[in-house]
Ligand binder design. Sequence first.
Ligand code: AHR
Length: 652
Amino acid sequence: MRSLQSLVFHRHHIMSILKPFPGLILLTVVVGLSYGSVLNVSYNQPGHEISPILWGIFFEEINHAGDGGLYAELIKNRALSPKRLGSNLDGYTVVKSDGVDGRIYVSRDHPLNSVLDTSLRLNVDSDVAAGQRIGVSNNGYWGIPTRPDYTTYKASFYAKSIGGFTGPLTVSIESSNGSIVYATAQVPQITEEFQKYEVTLTPTPALIQTPSLDNLFTITANGPLTANTSIFFNVMSLFPPTFKNHTNGLRIDLAQKLVDAKPSFFRFPGGNFLEGATIDERFAWEDTIGDVAQRPGHMGPWGYYSSDGLGLLEYLQLAEDLNAEIILGVFTGYALNGESVPPEEMGPYLDSILNEIEYVIGNTSTTWGARRAADGHPEPFNLTYVEIGNEDWISNDYHIRYALFYDSILARYPQLEIIATQVVDSRPIPVIDDHFYPGFGWFPDNHRYYDNAPRNGSKIFVGEYATRDNINPEPYANLAAAMDDASFMTGIERNSDIVIMACYAPLLGHLNNLAWQPDGIYFNGVQSYATPAWWVQHLFSVIRGDTYIPTTSDADEQKFFHVASRKTDTNTLVLKLVNTNSEDILIDTVTLEGVTTPRGGTKTVLTGGRWDQNDLEEPLRISPKTEEFNVTSNSFSFNAPAFSLTILEIQL
Ligand code: AHR
C-alpha cells in the first residue's frame, strides 16, 4: 500500500498538471551577462542505477500519426464501413474521358461482407467508346506519393460488376492531371461476385526524378463499354515498400526515426484515442485485428476516422521491431464526453481486456493466443506493463475500477506490473503515470520536481510531456521549447531510481492535419523531419549511462541544468548539460572528482536560435553535431551556448 506522503505528493502533482493547454503565461526572459561558475562531478561517489528503460515512446492516433503517417497504407477511406458517417466517399472521384458519363456513390445493396456492409458503386451512365475510359480515383492522404525509392507498390481491391462487364480493369498511379502514368497493371477479368484482386505496380524510374504528391491512384475500365454497367469496389489498398517488408506494414522513413532513437518502451494506443469521444468510439481492440477487410474502423477523438489498419497486432509488431517493452493501455469504461460504464456493468469490458492480454501473451493453446497465431504471430509477445486507463483524474470512481482491473489482471497474470493514472488507495500502485504540458518556464522551474518525491512510494512513469510554446501565436516546435523539455529531463534522469520511464507526446504530426502541436516528428506524404524536441529525446535516449553520478554547480539553477552518469562497460562519463538562457553560460571549472587523467572523448551539441525550427526546406536546421572533445585533465572549462543541449562523453 502506498504511503500517505506519496499520495499527497501525487495529488498535489496532478492538480498542477497542465491539461488542457494552460492559458497564456508570459515569460520575461532576463538577458544577463554570462559569468563564470563551477560544476563538480563526483565520479568517485556513484549513486543509483539509471533506470535501464528510462526513455521510450508513446504512440497515439492523433494528427494522422497512423493513418496517412506511420501506417504505410496510401489510400484514404480504404474500408467503406457502415460505422462511417453518412455516405462519405472522401478521397474518391470519378475518372472519365471527355464525353463519358458516370458517377460514384455508396451502395448499401451490394455489401462486401457483414462488417463492411457497403461498397463504392461506379455507375457507367453512357457508352464508353474504344480509347475512352471510366473509373474511380483516390487521392490518398493529401496526395499519392511517388519517390525514387518507392520502386514497387502493392495494390489490391475487392471488385465485382453487374450489367455484363467482365474486365479488364486498369490499375495505375498517375499524375493528378493524368498526363503522366507512373505505373500501371491490369486485372484481366472480374465477375459478378466480390473477389480480391492484387497487382504489383512498378513505376518507370525515369519518370520519378523527385518526390511528388500531386498524384492519384486509379482503377479504370476501358471502352468499348455499354451504358448501365456498374462496378463495385471496397478495400482499395496501395502500399509502397514497408519497414522490414512487413505486410500491412509501416512507412520506412518514419519507422526508422523511431528505431534510430532506440526507445526502451512503447506505450500505446492512447491517450484520448484509447478512451474515445464516446464509449462506442473507444479503442475496441477486437475490431483492429485480422484481415483488414474485417476491420470496420472507428471515429477517433481527433477529428477523423481511423481505419484501424494499424491495429493491436501491428502495434505489437512495432514494439518487437523496436526491441521495446510494451506498455499496453486498456480501456476502463470512461469516454471523453463524460459517459462512463457503471462499475457494476464493467464485466464484459473487463473480460475484453483479459482477452486482449491473452492475445498479447497467451500461448497458442489459449483462445486468443491461437487467434494471434492465426493472425501471423505464433510467438507470444513480451508484456510487462498494463496501464489502467488514461488520465483518469477526470473521474470520481477510478478507485473502484482500478481495484477491479488490478484484481482481475493480477489473478490471471501475476507477473504483470500495473500502472495507475490517478492516485487511489483502493489497491497498491506499483507505477503511476504523470503527464505535463506546461508553457515556457515551468519545466526549468520544476526540474527538481521529483527530487523530494517519496522513495518508498510508487515508481513514476512520465507518460506524456512537452513544453507548449505559449509566447508565439501557435505552440511551435522550436528550440526554446526543446530546451525547456531538456531541463526537466535532467531532473528525470537524476531521479531515475523512482522515475523509471518517460516519453514525449505527441510523437507524430502530419503537416496537413495538426490537431495538436508541438509534436516530435513532422511529415507530409513524402518527407519527414525531427523537431528540436525530438532531437532532445533522441540524444537523451541513445546516449545513456547506467549509473548516476552526482553533480553540483553554482551556475544559475533556473538556466543551467546538468546530470551525469557512467557507462560502466566502456568506462565513459556522460555529462548532459542544458542552457535555457539566451546568453552563453561559461563554466570556468568543471572538476571531475576521483578522475586522474581523462582520455578525451566527444562533444555532441544541439543548438541554434531561440525560435528556430526545422521544416521541409531545411529539415536538419536544428540537429546535433558531434566533434572530438579533447580533454586530458580532470579540470577544464566549458562554454554552454545559449539555448543548447551538450552531451560530453569522456573516456576515463
Ligand atoms: O497527447 C495528446 C493528449 O494529451 C493525449 O491524448 C491525452 O492523454 C493528453 O491529454
